[in-house]
Ligand binder design. Structure first.
Ligand SMILES: Nc1ncnc2c1ncn2[C@@H]1O[C@H](COP(=O)(O)OP(=O)(O)OP(=O)(O)O)[C@@H](O)[C@H]1O
Length: 228
């Protein structure tokens, strides 16, 4: 039996727009094991990104509990939550979100700038992360000098440079062609299998979901089973 990393107990999430209240989740329960590679699928508006935001503590539930390693992240103060997030969670976005004026090296270093690591240690970690994603030779290039797939691999290096255990990926291959997508998905698999990263990946792409260890389909705020 694998240890749960995340546990959601009876999580409800609503948004209010003017006079309307939209319920995204109503008493949702789930577990994500340490070392899981989970793909989240479902129609637009089914709450996939909301779930990622709840798992990272960027958003809070209206009721219910969200635990990570037994700690109630939904009940943490903003400052404790910021420290918890910096230590535990790396993000990968569809649009890469690299800073265009900075080199790959500097982009990857960003999560380390507010730590008290020495510049030599920061450089060592950045070199290791870039090496892991196969882009050591591109460290001096800016995003415009890299292909889309390479930019996403730099973004993944940035997501792992602080040695966080969880990667939350929101449509990481949504802007990539099939060949670059495969490179990124194989990289995520390697990070999961060889470094034990726990990965939650939102995707609309069946092929991408096929790289995950398990797939959950969200619809109208609940998990539904789908034919394989
Ligand atoms: N901050 C917010 N305020 C109000 N409504 C929101 C907010 N964030 C999300 N929503 C609404 O919650 C619902 C779920 O949004 P979410 O982005 O989680 O869906 P999704 O499954 O990720 O969709 P997509 O596949 O289109 O990205 C949508 O109806 C969205 O409009």
């Amino acid at each position: 039996m694998t240890t749960p990393m995340f546990t959601l107990n009876g999580v409800s999430k609503r948004y209010t727009r003017g006079d309307d209240t939209v319920t995204i989740f109503d008493h949702l329960d789930m577990e994500i094991a340490n070392g899981d590679f989970l793909a989240l699928m479902g129609p637009s508006g089914s709450g996939k990104s909301t779930l990622l935001n709840l798992l990272s503590g960027l958003d809070r539930p209206n009721s219910g509990e969200i635990l990570c390693d037994g700690l109630r992240i939904d009940a943490m103060t903003q400052s404790t939550l910021s420290h918890w997030r910096a230590r535990n969670v790396g993000f990968v976005f569809q649009a890469f979100n690299l800073l265009p004026m900075l080199s790959a090296q500097r982009n990857v270093e960003l999560p380390l700038t507010l730590t008290n690591l020495s510049s030599a240690e920061r450089k060592r970690r950045v070199d290791t992360a870039l090496d892991l994603v196969g882009l050591a030779q591109c460290a001096a290039r800016t995003p415009a000098q890299l292909s889309g797939g390479q930019q996403q691999r730099v973004a993944i290096a940035r997501a792992i440079v602080a040695d966080t255990r969880v990667l939350l990926c929101d449509e990481p291959t949504g802007n990539l062609d099939r060949s670059s997508s495969n490179d990124v998905l194989e990289l995520l698999q390697t990070l999961n299998r060889e470094l034990g990263k726990t990965i939650v990946m939102v995707t609309h792409d069946q092929v991408a979901a096929g790289h995950a260890g398990r797939v959950l389909h969200l619809d109208k705020g609940s998990f539904v089973s789908c034919p394989a």
